[in-house]
Ligand binder design. Structure first.
Ligand code: SF4
Length: 510
């Protein structure tokens, strides 16, 4: 394990918290040092949940290390069992507690609490957050599963597996996927872990198949169900129009139903295909885009970007080593070498070297892109508070495709405006003296406010500098002119050259 100021993923016990926080009637006892309650803030501040995660921390201090930390664990487990009366009690150790070798799961089981105890083995020094989430969900599914013979299952029914706490737009994706399945008449048996209770997990076996929305979270459990209980699973993830069509076909095949009603929703709900073909949007074609995130969202974004927006892929990568093979394979298809790294400095260097015009990434890439002066949209966890909007903003299904359109095109909108400025540069309405067009054709900027300093004895613009100034969008050109003249006058320069213009820009940009 490496200490870092920024990490894409936390330790595996944070992954376990993402599962237990998403569920109902479940509690976790975490053997952890004082201060580890910081993890609660991920959920209450970043995801804006209205309650703290259902976790009891043993919060041992340095002074406790000389005595019996195992006693602390037993007391915490007993109190949590009595106070919260969960249907299942999970027990785990955080990174530091792992070193104490107290065997929290074994200790909790020995207490005879009257609730099922699921011990979690989360090797913090080898594994990370997503693995911790997948392992926790798998342990719960495996521990609670009640087999149902395949012939007794209803074929046109499914479980939706994967949505959990701190997921990127999981809450909104569920609604979209529910609508697609509902249009085809497929019954939804259980959605888990989000809002599922342990009792719900005992019913998973009743469904005909499993829809796996996020392989990082539900892949392990779904593979186990497929292998051990012959319950098939989906492999496609419906992000983007093409992938949503593929998903509908895959699900209809598994359920034995007609895909047409769900396909028909595209015509009614989806605006991405027309918007991306529309005249303004041809400006997007060939834009160089760097994509980085978890494997599911990065692979999906690469496909949507190239097939549906007309972007050119300048880079593709993931921080997830568990899913590196999938991302390598996808990158290979675009003639690229995948970037597999959880070192944000390495990612920053790769982005800088690729010179993209847009970055689609995580919260980390948003910072990187800002520093490099490149537009960015967030497509994947880890995300920040602004990526958990109050409104619905799914990534999946046809409405999700609309959301991708809005959020990816936005950072490039300045480019569209520049394009229009170039087209209309010679128009009477678009010149330095013109006022805002919404004020009518007679609105003009007062001459004194826009006066060339040369006519008032100030510095004189040379030919090159004047030409460069004209490249600046008209609505900021007057200000750029005045700032540059003030800058030159302060320094006693009689002539404004290209260098003066750039120096003034740097000066005011500081
Ligand atoms: S136990 Fe792990 S997560 Fe908790 S403070 Fe120590 S290093 Fe951080």
């Amino acid at each position: 394990m490496e200490l870092a100021t920024w990490t894409y993923e936390g330790p595996p016990h944070v992954g376990a918290m993402r599962i237990v926080t998403a569920m109902r009637d479940t509690h976790m006892v975490l053997h952890a040092p004082q201060g580890d309650t910081y993890a609660d803030l991920l959920f209450t501040m970043i995801e804006r949940r209205d309650r703290r995660p259902p976790v009891t921390y043993t919060t041992f201090r340095a002074a406790d290390l000389g005595s019996d930390t195992a006693d602390l664990l037993k007391t915490s487990a007993r109190e949590a069992g009595e106070r919260f009366a969960p249907q299942v009690l999970l027990v785990a150790a955080s990174c530091t507690a792992e070193l104490l070798q107290d065997d929290p799961g074994g200790l909790a089981r020995s207490l005879g609490l009257g609730v099922p105890v699921v011990p979690l083995d989360l090797p913090a020094y080898q594994k990370k957050e997503d693995w911790g989430a997948a392992e926790t969900f798998y342990r719960l599914v495996r521990g609670l599963h009640r087999p149902v013979p395949a012939e007794q299952r209803q074929r046109a029914s499914c479980n939706i597996l994967g949505p959990c706490a701190l997921g990127f737009r999981h809450r909104d994706d569920i609604a979209e996927v529910r609508a697609l399945l509902g249009a085809m008449g497929i019954a939804i048996n259980v959605v888990a872990p989000d809002d599922a209770s342990p009792a719900d997990l005992t019913r998973l076996g009743e469904a005909g198949f499993n829809v796996v929305l996020y392989p990082e979270i539900a892949g392990t459990a779904a593979d186990w169900l497929a292998r051990t209980h012959r319950q098939p699973r989906t492999h496609g993830v419906p992000i983007g129009v093409g992938a949503t069509r593929d998903f509908i076909r895959e699900v209809a095949d598994l359920a034995g139903v007609d895909p047409a009603p769900a396909m028909a929703l595209e015509r009614r709900d989806c605006r991405l295909p027309w918007y991306s073909r529309s005249v303004d949007s041809t400006y997007l074609t060939g834009k160089r885009v760097f994509v980085f995130g978890d494997a599911t969202h990065a692979i999906a974004a690469a496909r949507v970007g190239t097939e549906e927006f007309g972007f050119e892929l300048a880079g593709l990568g993931t921080y997830s080593r568990t899913f590196a093979r999938d991302v390598r394979k996808a990158a290979d298809g675009y003639g690229l070498e995948a970037l597999i790294s959880d070192d944000h400095l390495e990612v920053e260097a790769a982005i800088a070297a690729a010179c993209p015009e847009l970055v689609l990434g995580t919260q980390m890439e948003r910072h990187i892109a800002k520093r490099l002066g490149i537009g960015c949209a967030v497509i994947s966890a880890p995300a920040h508070v602004q990526d958990y909007p109050a409104r619905r903003a799914p990534q999946m299904g046809f409405e999700g495709a609309n959301v991708l359109w809005d959020s990816w095109v936005h950072p490039l909108v300045m480019g569209l405006e520049e394009h229009l400025l170039a087209m209309f540069r010679g128009d009477a309405e678009f010149h330095d003296e013109a006022g805002a067009s919404h004020l009518g054709v007679h609105a003009t900027i007062p001459v004194a406010a826009n006066e060339d300093a040369s006519s008032t004895g100030g510095p004189v613009w040379d030919f090159q500098a004047e030409a460069e100034l004209k490249k600046i969008p008209f609505f900021v050109r007057g200000k750029a002119r005045r700032n540059t003249e003030a800058f030159a006058a302060e320094r006693g320069s009689a002539t404004i050259t290209l260098d003066t213009l750039y120096e003034a820009k740097a000066h005011y940009g500081r």
